[in-house]
Design a protein around this ligand. Sequence first.
Ligand code: TRP
Length: 438
Amino acid sequence: MANKIRFLTGITTSGTPHLGNYVGSVRHSVRFSLRPDVESYYFLADYHALIKVDQPERIPRSTLEIAASWLACGLDPERVTFYRQSDIVEIPELTWLLTCVTGKGMLNRAHAYKAASDKNTARGDDPDADVSAGLFMYPVLMGADILLFNAHKVPVGRDQVQHIEMARDMAQRFNHLYGEHFTLPEAEIDEAVATLPGLDGRKMSKSYDNTIPLFAPRGQLQKLIAGIVTDSRAPGEPKETEGSALFQIYQAFADAGETEALRKSYAKGIGWGDAKQVLFERIDREVAPLRERYEALMAHPAEIERILLAGADKARALSRPFMTRLREAVGLRRLDASASGSSTAKTTRQQRASFKQYKDSDGMFYFKFLDADGNQLLQSRGFESPRDAGQAIARLRQQPGSALTELAAKLETLDAEGMRLATGALEALAADTTAGDK
Ligand code: TRP
């Protein structure tokens, strides 16, 4: 497959992962990341955490717990791009560019901000009492997360769909003003299990204090499950599955056959204590092996730090050149001759970089991109046909920045410096070609 679908997802580092996160996000995302046609970006949204957390020590704690959880759940940092938001300086930089194309009116309608201001109004307070500009700007920061990596799909819970729509809106507006730079992202919701009820039957959420930590030790897991609300029907009385939090949680872990079996037990009047035991055993069966890996990872924070820094390098190899291009697009440009002005076009015409296409002994079609001295800047992977290779070259010539991102899977991996050199040469070549056309 020439172009992979890019999935991107972030988790705010403001708490301990719970079963709701696992069922609604982590499990789904990790499963997707294993698909061969998917390229995934996972990050720890610590800038977002600053909006709600004012105890500094909680942020690295939560970052560690969430990173260890995702790794324990099977995320492979070699295969995906796994990073910490605050290691990517291009994210706040892009946030500002997007801020300037985002309507304030749209942000007024964002659910999180609206909920806060409506609550104030209902209390008779000033609508903006205790509302930080960070909360107000939340969707723009999130838009930058998504658009910086040109994600196609963003797996999120229903409550986040509006944010993805806003990111689309920002991308459209930016593209309209400055040219086609951004992919328009779409929300991806797993319809089967989008949200999980918590201990009290409301959506499992830290803000309701009704969560079950994903990696609670076995004994604690059992105790918490014993505390899930039920009705007062006695053993022997038939029970409703409809509206039963216990049943819904079970369903999120069990397969169709297991779910049917519990449905029958409900009808036959299983006692709540027994039903809770069934649920506990089912969850523990899935979680126990992951919990063991989690505990091993938590014991080695330096190793997790190393993984995150390597992930940031990988991410910035894309975001750095892309940001260079976006700065240029909006008019944040250098004033000297080395910018893409006409004088550069003249010098580069004499010493232009070039593409070399060839067929290799494996029968596949390849290209290299070489600088004027014959040094290799890019090496493609194999294409099925010369036409496919030619199209990739055309993309690289026309839209260097986005093509480098889109074609990442079809190119040998570059380090950050290699990426910078290749981007520079492609941009010079594009400027040269445009100048030559005149
Ligand atoms: N707002 C998301 C949440 O609270 C976290 C997040 C931040 C995110 N940036 C993102 C999710 C970008 C997806 C894409 O769950």
